[in-house]
Ligand binder design. Structure first.
Ligand SMILES: [Zn+2]
Length: 223
C-alpha cells in the first residue's frame, strides 16, 4: 500500500471528515441522472462479476440496474443541488419568541467511508428572528443532506448552516444520534453503540438555552 493510500485508509477507518462541505467535483452534474445510472450499472456488474456471481441468474439480473437507480435517485439523490428543498419562509405572525424544536426526525444516510447505512434520529431547534418555516421543512432539510455519502459531523453542520441561511438567524441547533452499520455490522461489530453529534449556533451556545433544548428532546411523546 502506498503512503497516501495508507493515510486515506486511516482517515476512513477512523471516520474522520475532512471538510464541512461535501467534496464534489466541479463537473459533478455535467452528465444527466440517466447517464449516471447507465455508467454505475456497469460498475455494479463489474463488482458482482469480480466477486464471482453469475449475473445470468434471474435473481441477479436486475441488480446492477436496481442498485444504480437507487444510488442516483434515492440514497445519493441529495447530492444534486436541484433537489434542495425550497427556502420559503413565513412571517412569525404569532410573535412566538421561544425555541421551536422538531425532534425524532428519522435519519437514513450512508457512511462515505464504507458506503454502509447510518440510521438514527435528528433533533433540530431554532429561535425565530421574525421568520418561521413549515414544520416538515426541517424534516426535508435533514433528508436532503442525509441522502449523500456522509460523515455524521458534516451532516449535523450542514443542517444547521442551511437553517441559519433559510431563517436568517444564528440561533439554530441540531443533535443527531445514529447507528453506523460499518461499526455495528462489521469491523468491531458493536451493535449497541451509537454516535451523538451536536452543533450549536448563536443563542444555543448559551448553557441554559442548550439545556432547555436537550430537555425537550428527552420528552417522551405520547399520543
Ligand atoms: Zn463507516
Amino acid at each position: 500500500m502506498c503512503k497516501s493510500d495508507a493515510l486515506h485508509d486511516e482517515i476512513g477507518n477512523n471516520h474522520i471528515g475532512t471538510s464541512d462541505y461535501t467534496p464534489l467535483k466541479a463537473n459533478a452534474f455535467d452528465i444527466s441522472d440517466d447517464e449516471k445510472i447507465e455508467l454505475i450499472k456497469k460498475d455494479v456488474e463489474n463488482i458482482l462479476n469480480t466477486l464471482g456471481m453469475d449475473l445470468t441468474d434471474d435473481s441477479l439480473k436486475g441488480t446492477p440496474n436496481r442498485v444504480a437507480k437507487m444510488f442516483v435517485k434515492e440514497i445519493f439523490g441529495g447530492l444534486n443541488p436541484a433537489k434542495k428543498p425550497s427556502s420559503s419562509t413565513f412571517d412569525n405572525k404569532y410573535k412566538y419568541g421561544e425555541m421551536l424544536v422538531e425532534k425524532n426526525i428519522v435519519v437514513y444516510s450512508t457512511c462515505e467511508h464504507h458506503l454502509l447505512p447510518i440510521v438514527g434520529r435528528a433533533h433540530v431547534a431554532y429561535i425565530s428572528n421574525g421568520k418561521v418555516v413549515g414544520l416538515s421543512k426541517m424534516n426535508r432539510i435533514v433528508d436532503y443532506y442525509a441522502k449523500r455519502p456522509q460523515v455524521q459531523e458534516r451532516l449535523t453542520i450542514q443542517i444547521v448552516e442551511e437553517l441559519k441561511r433559510v431563517l436568517n438567524t444564528q440561533d439554530v441547533a441540531c443533535v443527531i444520534d445514529a447507528k453506523h452499520l460499518c461499526v455495528n455490522s462489521r469491523g468491531i461489530r458493536d451493535i449497541e453503540s451509537s454516535t451523538v453529534t451536536a452543533e450549536y449556533s448563536g443563542a444555543f451556545k448559551n448553557e441554559n438555552t442548550r439545556k432547555e433544548f436537550l430537555n425537550y428532546i428527552q420528552l417522551e411523546t405520547k399520543f
